[in-house]
Write a protein of this length. Structure first.
Lengths: 112, 113
């Protein structure tokens, strides 16, 4: 199984500042079709997860462009610029390269 | 607007069965793979099952293989998760998802005597 490792476990950010979350996969997520199968989700308190970024760097519909994704074949970063209070929650990375799909353990974002 | 509504959760004894349903609306259901993902209390996300558009192909992780069965009814815009031989470690909120992109609100399953 592909292991997804996130860091840090939690991050505390002042509104208006930026935050970065790291995700590393134990295997390259670059598919034979040239797609990097890495996804970012946000789970706000008491809510279901919502897709933020798909295929490493593509913004999902309705997601503010303060969110951006980047990376290589195994190392990935979610950046949130100008953090707002509504960004509080747990961020998960996950892959869909092969079965079983797996997720990172999550990074909790809090507001200072 | 995409809507996914899960029902069928509840308290069940170990070894018993439960069937979850997820009714979809707001998109062409028959065109999308559907998924179930679960989240144990205070824990992270675990993919549970996948089904292709016509229901002919299904996939499971080892943790539920042989006990859980995913199915769909494209005429009813509904995906199901039949869970047999339930264990305490199956206690979780179960989410259905359209293409892993849009998720329902979840159904809570508690396995306890």
């Amino acid at each position: 199984d592909i292991v997804m490792t996130q860091a840090p476990l939690s991050v505390s950010v002042t509104p208006g500042e930026s935050a970065s979350i790291s995700c590393r996969s134990s295997k390259s997520l670059l598919s034979s079709k040239g797609i990097t199968s890495l996804y970012w989700y946000l789970q706000r308190p008491g809510k279901s997860p919502q897709l933020l970024i798909y295929r490493m760097s593509n913004l999902a519909s309705g997601v503010p462009d303060r969110f951006s994704g980047s990376g290589s074949e195994t190392d990935f970063t979610l950046k949130i610029s100008k953090v707002e209070t509504e960004d509080v929650g747990v961020y998960y990375c996950g892959h869909r390269l092969e079965y079983p799909f797996t997720f990172g353990s999550g990074t909790k974002l809090e507001i200072k | 607007e995409v809507q996914l509504v899960e029902t069928g959760g509840g308290l069940v004894q170990p070894g018993r069965s439960l069937k979850l349903s997820c009714v979809a609306s707001g998109f062409t259901f028959s065109s999308y793979w559907m998924y179930w993902i679960r989240q144990a209390p205070g824990k992270g996300l675990e993919w549970v099952s996948s089904i292709n558009t016509d229901g002919g192909s299904t996939y499971y992780p080892d943790s539920v293989k042989g006990r859980f069965t995913i199915s769909r009814d494209n005429a009813e815009n509904t995906v199901y998760l039949q869970m047999n031989s339930l264990r305490s470690e199956d206690t979780a909120t179960y989410y259905c998802a359209k293409g892993m992109d849009a998720w329902g609100q979840g159904a809570s399953v508690t396995v306890s005597s």
